[in-house]
Ligand binder design. Structure first.
Ligand code: GLU
Length: 450
C-alpha cells in the first residue's frame, strides 16, 4: 500500500484526530525510499501496524473537590508500541487533551524512544483535568482517583509512565503513592520520582539540558558554539527552565520566557537569580509569568488567540527553542525568525511547529532539530532511572549527566548519518524518523505478526 493510501485510510479510520494525522503525515513523508528498498516492511504492513496502537484505554475518573462537589474527568493511556521494551511515555493533565493528542504524542514517542538506544516501547496518557487553580488536596484526590483505574494497566516491566505537561514532581508523588498502596509493592512503575525514593539524579534537568546538548552538537557541525548567542525560549515549565539554565551556564543570553497567558521580553537577559524566581513562581507558587515583568521590570505581552503569528518569535535572536506546546510556531513565525537572523531552532516541545511551519523551516537554511531527537533527553534519563530501579543502585549526577550527553551526541550523529545514507543531506528530521523507524520495524519483524 502506498504512503498516500495509508494516510487516507488513517484519516478515515480516525476522524477528528488532526494532530495524529499531522504527525503521521510528517513522519511517513520520509519513508518512501525505505519502503522501496526494504520490501519486507511493506509485506509485514509495518507502517500500518505502527499507526494502530497496541491498546487504548479510556476511563472515568471521579473525585470530590474542596467544595464537596463530585467531579467527572476522563483518563487515557495509549499503549502504542512495545517492540523495543515496556511502554514508556509521559502523562499530560490539561483540559484540552483528546484521544487524537495522545495518539500523536504516543506515535512521536515510538521514534523518540527508539533513538535513545535504550530498550523502551512507547505510550502516552493523561486526563482532561486542569491542575490550574486547584488546591494540593484536590490534585492529590484527582491523582489517587486516576491511579485507582490506571494501576491495573501499568507495571515496571509493562508500562512506565512519567510526567509531561501538568504532571510534575507533586503529581508523580501522589500517583506513585497510590500505585504502591494498591499493588502493595514498591516498584519503579513511574519515572521522575523524588531522588530519595527511587528517582534518578538529573531526571528533572534532563529534557532541557539534553536539548541544549543536542543544539551544541548541531552548532559544532556548523563551526559555531552556544556561548555569546542571543536565544528565544517559549514556555516556563520543566523543559524551558532547564533549557534556560544550561544556555545561561554555557554563556548564552536568553531574552524570552512565556506561559499560556503571555510572554516576557527581558532585554537584559535572564540570569541565575531571575531563573530561580521563575522556578519558584512556576513550581511552588504556581503563579503567572506576568509577575516576572512586575518584579524585574521587563516587557510583558499578553497572548492574542487566533492570529497567524506570535510576537515572541519576532524577537531578534540567533537560537530558538520552542518548549511550550504543539503547534505554537506558525509559518509566519518561521518567516519572522529568518528575517531576524535565527539560524538554529531546536524543539523542546513535541511537534511545536505546524505542518506549514515545518515545511518552510526544512526549505530554509535554519538548522532544524526536531523534537523526537532534540528533546529525547527526558525519556533517556527516565530509561536510566528504570535501570537504577532494576539493579537497586544509584548513580551520581556526574555519571547520569555524562550518560545523557553521550546519548544526545549519539542521537545527533545517528540523525546525520541516516539522513545522509538515505539521500536527505543534513536533514535531521529525515534522519530521526528513518533511524527510529528502522529500529522498531526490525524488532517487529523479528517478533512475528502479533
Ligand atoms: N514526557 C516526556 C516526553 O515527551 C518524558 C517521557 C518519559 O520520561 O517517559 O518524552
Amino acid at each position: 500500500m502506498s504512503i498516500a493510501t495509508i494516510l487516507e485510510q488513517l484519516k478515515q479510520k480516525n476522524p477528528n484526530e488532526e494532530e495524529f494525522h499531522q504527525t503521521a503525515e510528517e513522519v511517513l513523508f520520509y519513508f518512501s525510499p525505505v519502503l522501496e528498498k526494504h520490501k519486507q516492511y511493506q509485506q509485514y504492513k509495518i507502517v500500518e501496524r505502527m499507526l494502530e496502537p497496541d491498546r487504548v484505554i479510556s476511563f472515568r475518573v471521579n473525585w470530590v473537590d474542596d467544595a464537596g462537589e463530585v467531579q467527572v474527568n476522563r483518563g487515557y493511556r495509549v499503549q502504542m508500541n512495545s517492540a523495543l521494551g515496556p511502554y514508556k511515555g509521559g502523562l499530560r493533565f490539561s483540559p484540552t487533551v483528546s484521544l487524537g493528542e495522545f495518539k500523536f504524542l504516543a506515535f512521536e514517542q515510538t521514534f523518540k524512544n527508539a533513538l535513545t538506544g535504550i530498550p523502551l516501547g512507547a505510550g502516552k496518557g493523561g486526563a482532561d483535568f486542569d491542575p490550574r487553580g486547584k488546591s494540593d488536596g484536590e490534585v492529590m484526590r484527582f491523582c489517587q482517583a486516576f491511579m485507582q483505574e490506571l494501576y491495573r494497566h501499568i507495571g515496571n516491566r509493562l508500562d512506565v509512565p512519567a510526567g509531561d505537561k501538568g504532571v510534575g514532581a507533586r503529581e508523580i508523588g501522589f500517583l506513585f503513592g497510590t500505585y504502591k498502596k494498591l499493588q502493595n509493592q514498591y516498584e519503579g512503575v513511574l519515572t521522575g520520582k523524588g531522588i530519595n525514593w527511587g528517582g534518578s539524579l538529573m531526571r528533572t534537568e534532563a529534557t532541557g539540558y539534553g536539548l541544549v546538548y543536542f543544539a551544541q552538537e548541531m552548532l559544532r557541525q556548523a563551526g559555531e558554539e552556544v556561548s555569546g548567542k542571543r536565544c528565544i525560549v517559549s514556555g516556563s515549565g520543566n523543559v524551558s527552565q532547564y533549557c534556560i539554565e544550561k544556555l545561561i551556564r554555557l554563556g548564552a543570553k536568553v531574552v524570552t520566557v512565556s506561559d499560556s497567558s503571555g510572554f516576557i521580553y527581558d532585554e537584559k537577559g535572564i540570569d541565575e537569580e531571575k531563573l530561580a524566581y521563575i522556578k519558584e513562581l512556576k513550581n511552588e507558587k504556581r503563579g503567572r509569568i506576568e509577575e516576572y515583568a512586575r518584579k524585574f521590570g521587563a516587557e510583558y505581552t499578553p497572548v492574542h488567540q487566533g492570529g497567524d503569528s506570535d510576537p515572541l518569535w519576532n524577537v531578534k535572536a540567533e537560537l530558538a527553542f520552542p518548549c511550550a506546546t504543539q503547534n505554537e510556531v506558525q509559518e509566519k513565525d518561521v518567516q519572522n525568525m529568518k528575517s531576524n537572523g535565527v539560524f538554529l531552532l531546536a524543539e523542546g516541545a513535541n511537534m511545536p511547529l505546524t505542518a506549514e511551519a515545518t515545511k518552510l523551516i526544512e526549505q530554509s537554511d535554519i538548522l532544524y532539530g526536531p523534537g523526537k531527537a532534540a528533546n529525547a533527553g527526558g525519556v533517556a534519563v527516565s530509561g536510566i532511572e528504570m535501570m537504577q530501579n532494576y539493579i537497586g543502585s544509584y548513580w551520581s549526577a556526574e555519571e547520569v549527566d555524562s550518560r545523557l550527553k553521550k546519548i544526545m551526541c549519539d542521537i545527533h550523529n545517528q540523525c546525520l548519518q541516516t539522513a545522509e545514507e538515505w539521500g536527505f543531506g543534513k536533514n535531521y528530521a529525515a534522519g530521526a524518523n528513518i533511524a527510529g523507524f528502522i529500529r522498531v520495524a526490525d524488532a517487529m519483524i523479528a517478533q512475528g505478526v502479533i
